[in-house]
Write a new protein. Structure first.
Length: 147
């Protein structure tokens, strides 16, 4: 009796392995095709990013001339730490600094925290903060608040 039971168990195990092998082979094939498609898509994305950077550089080179701002040189960079120190030096709140630059107080906080970067239209005003003193900044604030 035990021979029949053990033979039956072995036959069931053999059939189960055969079924599993068939299922696994189809899964392996689909997995292989998906991996190759993913790799091709990654290569495509990298190429598109390279093209975008190349196109972005060309656009940036023509922007400084269009800004009509003599005080901003093309090599000038934005620094979040510098922005915070300029605001402290002038004794301005984020809202007041935003009025000077033409942005919201939340934007100023995000720029200083490094969570965001200012748009090109705000950069000349940010660079102009470097040349302002406290009195000048307060005078400009007074005139803009009055207007």
């Amino acid at each position: 009796m035990s021979n029949i039971a053990s033979a039956f168990k072995e036959e069931i195990a053999r059939l189960a392995r055969k079924e599993i092998k068939r299922e696994n082979s189809s899964l392996k094939k689909s997995s292989t095709t998906f991996r190759s498609e993913i790799a091709a898509l990654k290569r495509r994305v990298q190429e598109l990013e390279r093209q975008l950077k190349r196109g972005g550089r060309k656009g940036q080179q023509s922007t400084p001339g269009a800004a009509n701002e003599d005080s901003v040189s093309p090599g000038t960079r934005f620094s979040a730490r510098s922005m915070a120190s300029q605001r402290k030096r002038l004794g301005l709140s984020a809202a007041e600094c935003g009025v000077l630059i033409g942005a919201s107080a939340q934007s100023i906080y995000n720029w200083e925290d490094g969570k965001a970067r200012p748009r090109a239209q705000h950069l000349p005003a940010i660079y102009a903060l470097r040349n302002l003193g406290r009195r000048q900044a307060n005078e400009i604030l007074e005139s803009r608040k009055a207007a």
